[in-house]
Design a protein around this ligand. Sequence first.
Ligand SMILES: NC(=O)c1ccc[n+]([C@@H]2O[C@H](COP(=O)([O-])OP(=O)(O)OC[C@H]3O[C@@H](n4cnc5c(N)ncnc54)[C@H](O)[C@@H]3O)[C@@H](O)[C@H]2O)c1
Length: 246
Amino acid sequence: MTDRIALITGAAQGIGLACAEALAEDGCRVVLADLKESVTEEAARLGGHGYVCDMGDPAQIADLFDRIEAEVGPVSVLVNNAGIAIGADFLEMSEAQFRKVLDVNLVGVFLATQRAARTMVAQGIEGAIVNMSSINAQVAIPQIAGYCASKGGVMQLTKVASLALAPHNIRVNAVGPGSIDTEMMASVNADPAAFDRAMSRTPLKRPGTAREIGDVVAFLASPKASYVTGETIYVDGGRLALNYTV
Ligand SMILES: NC(=O)c1ccc[n+]([C@@H]2O[C@H](COP(=O)([O-])OP(=O)(O)OC[C@H]3O[C@@H](n4cnc5c(N)ncnc54)[C@H](O)[C@@H]3O)[C@@H](O)[C@H]2O)c1
C-alpha cells in the first residue's frame, strides 16, 4: 500500500487512531482528521499529516479535501470513522439531538465519500473506502435512536456507494464493531452491572480492542480484499450470532 494516501476521520483516538496505525504499518501515507487538535500530534507520531475538521460540517469537509489534495495529494483510501452517540429517552430525544448524530455519522459519511470518489474517478484512482458502521445497524438500543438509525444508514449507504462506484473499480465496505474498549464505551466500563450485561451478550466474553477493528479496516482497504465490495463485516465477539442461552 506504499503508493496510497489514506485519510482516516475521527482519528485522534480510539478506533480511528488504531485504523491509522494499522494503515501506516501497511505502508500508507496517513492523513488524520478530527475535531480535536491533538490529531496533529498523533499524525506526526505516525509520520503523517493531521487536520482539524468537523465531519458534521459540509463546508469544513469540502475544505479538508481541498487542503489535502493541495498539500499531500489525492486520497486513495478513505476511512469514514468519525462518529458520535447522544443518549436520551426515546420520548424525550429532541430533534436537534437526533439531527446532530445524523449530520456526523451519516451525512458526513455521504459527503466525504462523494468528495473523495469524485477525485478518484477524475484521476483514475482505484480506491477503497471503509465506513464505520456498528452492530447497531442490525440490533438496537432504545436510548440511542439517532445513533442506531445512522449506523443502519451507513450500512445501506455502503451498498449504494459500492454499486455507484464499482464501474470505476472503487470498492466501498463497512466494519460493524460490537463493544470496543474506547472512550465511547467509558460509561459502560464505569458501571460493573452495565459491563456485565454487555458481556453476557458477548460470546467471546470481553470487549474488543480498537486495533482488532483497525486490522479489519486495513484488510478491507488492501488488495487482499480486492473482490469484496458493498459488504459490512461485523467484528463483535459473536454478539450478532447470539439468540439466547439455555
Ligand atoms: N467503541 C465502540 O464500542 C463502537 C462500537 C461500534 C461502532 N463504533 C464506531 O467507531 C467509531 C469510532 O468510535 P470510538 O469508539 O473510537 O469513539 P471515540 O469517542 O473514542 O473516538 C471518536 C473520535 O471521533 C472524533 N469525532 C467526533 N465527532 C467528530 C466530528 N464531528 N468531526 C471529526 N471528528 C469527530 C472524536 O473527537 C474522537 O477522536 C464511531 O463511528 C463509532 O460509532 C464504536
